[in-house]
Design a protein around this ligand. Structure first.
Ligand code: PEP
Ligand code: MN
Length: 336
């Protein structure tokens, strides 16, 4: 942390700040300029909140962090890009990865049909929720363990790795025994008990940005998982809440290059929950590839009109095939 003194700060105030820094366990390195003095406070800066208090001391103008608070997620601590393997599928490398499938697992037929559709279109990973975090307690809550069992059968029959959501720390052991990747949904991005629990898992984690979390808060949530021992985290931009009401959320596409600059972790986009309407899914997906995302997670249903959740934003099979053709064309144009 750097502590910048006011230009009229007295020698006594400077000495007082130096003594305070040392009294809380840091080493002070003052640098006296003609105009003003700055003081470096060196030590374990993972929890810098204590040093921030310097702003309340007489003669101090401001404090400036040197290191990012998300130490493990930051590019400062890791050279190159992290590639996360979901089953045999690498995410974060040269290939653009598509995860697709229904919002909810509804039945064996629905899941198997969905898996064949998305596989035929070229998706590498199947998505499907068995535990659904719903805004209303009266909405379908998911098939729970029965859904996980269907997921396992479909995973075996199609050889597709699967990603599925976990909403409760008590269910992590169960869900990870069926899933190739654990999804933490937008509503749980700051459920720290859940983040710590998936941090102890050996399965990768798909961490979705909350509708009201900043990019820094998302990275701090990733830090919970990383610092609990799990290095395999994929970040997902899925739209944030703004004043705009014509779309379900506002897809923050700028989050993709911003995150890419700040972190070594892979970044994917969920156009389905961002838009809330299937008509917007193809245009937003085009933009996601072009802006540099490592992949997509998209909702597809064989009969969206019959879906028990998120039917409005789910692509029909033909639309999904069209999306995949367009993505291949854009990805190849970008390589040239
Ligand atoms: C989902 O993936 O079905 C879901 C509930 O997503 P989110 O947490 O982004 O709303
Ligand atoms: Mn959904």
């Amino acid at each position: 942390m750097i502590i910048v003194m006011k230009n009229q700060a007295t020698e006594k105030q400077i000495e007082n700040v130096i003594n305070w820094i040392e009294s809380i366990g840091y080493k002070a390195h003052p640098s006296r300029g003609v105009q003003r003095t700055i003081i470096g406070a060196v030590g374990d800066q993972r929890d810098k909140t204590a040093l921030k208090y310097a702003e309340s001391l007489p003669g101090v103008e401001k404090t400036m962090p040197i290191l990012k608070p998300y130490k493990l997620a930051s590019r400062e601590s890791h050279e190159g890009n992290t590639i996360v393997s979901v089953g045999p599928i690498p995410i974060g490398g040269p290939e653009f990865i598509v995860m697709a499938g229904p919002c909810s697992i509804e039945s064996e037929e629905q899941l198997l049909e969905s898996a064949y559709i998305v596989k035929k279109g070229g998706a590498q990973i199947l998505r499907g929720g068995a535990y659904k975090p719903r805004t209303s307690p009266y909405s379908f809550q998911g098939m729970e363990e029965e859904g996980l069992k269907l997921l396992e059968q479909v995973r075996l029959r199609t050889s597709m790795p699967v990603v599925t959501e976990v909403v409760n720390p008590a269910d992590v052991d169960l869900v990870e025994s069926y899933a190739d990747m654990l999804q933490i949904g937008a509503r749980n991005v700051q459920n720290f008990a859940l983040l710590k629990k998936v941090g102890q898992s050996r399965k990768p984690v798909l961490l979705k940005r909350g509708m009201m979390t900043t990019i820094e808060e998302l990275l701090m949530s990733a830090e919970y998982v990383l610092s609990s021992g799990n290095p395999n985290v994929i970040l997902c931009e899925r739209g944030i809440r703004t004043f705009e009401t014509t779309t379900r959320n506002t897809l923050d596409l700028s989050a993709v290059p911003v995150l890419k600059g700040l972190t070594h972790l892979p970044v994917v986009v969920d156009p389905s929950h961002a838009a809330g309407h299937w008509k917007l899914v193809i245009p937003l997906s085009r933009a996601a590839v072009a802006v540099g995302a490592d992949g997509l997670i998209v909702e597809v249903h064989p009969r969206p009109e019959m879906a028990v959740s998120d039917g409005m934003q789910s692509l029909k099979p033909e639309k999904f095939y069209q999306l995949m053709d367009e993505l291949r064309a854009i990805a190849s144009a970008m390589r040239h």
